[in-house]
Design a protein around this ligand. Structure first.
Ligand code: IMP
Length: 200
């Protein structure tokens, strides 16, 4: 089956209800002229994330949204991982927050990291594109660095205030959105997606 490509004027549904992700994905999509509509705007409910890997969950969300909308759907499954916690919170990053309140998640991370000396941390983003014709593809991006405490900065979302990428002195939440977009896990995954499925 020929690989479909999106071009300027095409419509794509962002299979996420996370406003932080929608904002970052729209900025990344902007240069291609593709109209990115969010699943929330179409009234498509969030799919249950029953997978145990980023890839599985990304595909579940993209497929559910493509089937519900009849349009190609791009999902993002991502998370914050700590070496000292064997990769947790990982795929459960969103669930460590209560009612979407990330101060709870960061407090839990800081509690569980008490006394640990290895602060190695990384973000993972897996983007999945699901086409109405049944095809699905995934793209993975990672960015490595350290967990910092106390949290610093007010930009971005989620765990950004406690993540400092290697070779930098600012957390993701202290950087401008453009600086984060230039090096983030989401940007790396997006570049791979764009090279394959977007016409510049
Ligand atoms: P999910 O992909 O919907 O399961 O949620 C992923 C969760 O990982 C988000 O709700 C955030 O807590 C966290 N996360 C993913 N990407 C980022 C990021 O770029 N910055 C901060 N936190 C992130």
């Amino acid at each position: 089956m020929a690989t479909p490509k999106l071009q300027s004027g095409d419509r794509l549904v962002l299979a996420t209800h996370n406003p932080g992700k929608v904002a970052e994905m729209r900025v990344l999509m902007d240069p291609y002229g593709v109209e990115a509509i969010s699943a929330g705007d179409l009234g498509i409910p969030a799919a249950e994330e029953t997978g145990t890997t980023f890839e599985e969950n990304a595909c579940i969300k993209a497929r559910a949204t493509a089937d519900a909308s009849g349009l190609p759907a791009l999902s993002d499954d991502s998370g914050f991982c700590l070496a000292a916690l064997d990769g947790s919170p990982g795929v459960y990053s969103a669930r460590w927050a209560k009612n979407g309140e990330f101060s709870f998640a960061m407090d839990r991370v800081l509690r569980e990291m008490e006394g640990k000396t290895d602060l190695t941390a990384w973000f993972v983003c897996v983007l999945a594109i699901a086409w109405p014709n049944g095809q699905e593809f995934t793209f993975r991006g990672e960015v490595w660095g350290d967990m910092v405490s106390p949290p610093r900065g007010k930009s971005g979302f989620g765990y950004d205030p406690i993540f400092q990428p290697s070779g930098h002195t600012m957390t993701f939440a202290e950087m401008s959105p453009a600086a984060k977009d230039a090096m983030s896990h989401r940007a790396y995954a997006f570049r791979a997606f764009a090279n394959n499925y977007l016409r510049g």
